[in-house]
Design a protein around this ligand. Structure first.
Ligand SMILES: O=C(O)c1ccccc1NCC(=O)[C@H](O)[C@H](O)COP(=O)(O)O
Length: 262
């Protein structure tokens, strides 16, 4: 039986092929050129992590594992609340079929704040980097479990060409080794097994020491409380990607502050 991640990536390949056929590279390049310069995503995280905790706060309406997370979904409002609560960067899910995301959510959220934003989607083609920059993204995600070494390197190169940072996401030792062969030293350990949807903070604890020198390690998924952050700090993580636990709160700004400060 096909696992969910494989299914998502196959769906994405079909979607991307259709979108590529509908727009020329020249048109997309014009749109990318009209965007404001990329806001330094990795630089913002490193600056915050140097003296405290750096948070990538995720704007997430729904997920394959949990279904609908937030009914009153207002990306611009959430972006402002995250910034006021102390987030360093935003993550915006743009995948529609599985996360109820949309490119417009990234555009709206980025316009509502001054934080750098990562387009959180499933990259299967370097062309998506130009597409991401054309809507204003400052960074993209490379999920090692979805891609060969060559595909990862090509997507990373395309992101760099657009002036964007790449967050390379791993979930096990073998993927960490593969990530180490790339140029990016922004590596996320996803605590969620994307094939079985089980989260375990022990994943970051297990893999943290295997990150190559100079890495800014991002602990991703399943982080609910300030205590979780303090637990992950013990293995060297000072940067965190958090979605669901914040998106479920009525007062997102206060919840963000409490997550970071206790
Ligand atoms: O969130 C899911 O159910 C999911 C399923 C399949 C692939 C990816 C998935 N999530 C993407 C993410 O990595 C998370 O949205 C992100 O790390 C935040 O996680 P959380 O704080 O647990 O919402």
């Amino acid at each position: 039986m096909t696992d969910k991640l494989t299914e998502i990536c196959e769906t994405k390949r079909g979607e991307v092929a259709a979108r590529k056929a509908a727009v020329t590279v020249a048109e997309l390049a014009d749109r990318a050129a009209a965007q404001s310069a990329p806001r330094g995503f990795e630089a913002a995280l490193r600056a915050k992590a140097a003296s405290g905790f750096a948070l990538i706060a995720e704007i997430k309406k729904a997920s394959p594992s949990k279904g609908l997370i937030r009914a009153d979904f207002r990306p611009a409002e959430h972006a402002r609340a995250y910034q006021a609560g102390g987030a360093a960067c935003l993550s915006i899910l743009t995948d529609a079929p599985y996360f109820h995301g949309h490119e417009d959510y990234l555009v709206e959220a980025r316009a509502a704040c001054t934080l750098p934003v990562i387009r959180k989607d499933f990259m299967v083609d370097p062309w998506q980097c130009l597409e991401a920059r054309a809507i204003g993204a400052d960074a993209i995600l490379i999920i090692a479990a979805c891609l060969s070494d060559q595909q990862m390197a090509e997507i990373e190169a395309a992101a760099r060409e657009q002036g964007m940072d790449a967050l390379v996401e791993v979930h096990n030792e073998e993927e960490m080794e593969r990530a180490a062969r790339l140029k990016s030293r922004l590596i996320g350990v996803n605590n969620r097994d994307l094939k079985r949807f089980v989260t375990d903070l022990g994943t970051t604890e297990r893999l943290a020491a295997l990150a190559p020198e100079g890495t800014l390690l991002v602990a991703e998924s399943g982080i609910n409380t300030h205590e979780d952050i303090l637990r992950l700090e013990k293995c060297g993580a000072r940067t965190f990607l958090v979605g669901e636990s914040l998106m479920r709160q009525d007062d997102v700004e206060a919840a963000t502050r409490a997550l970071l400060q206790g």
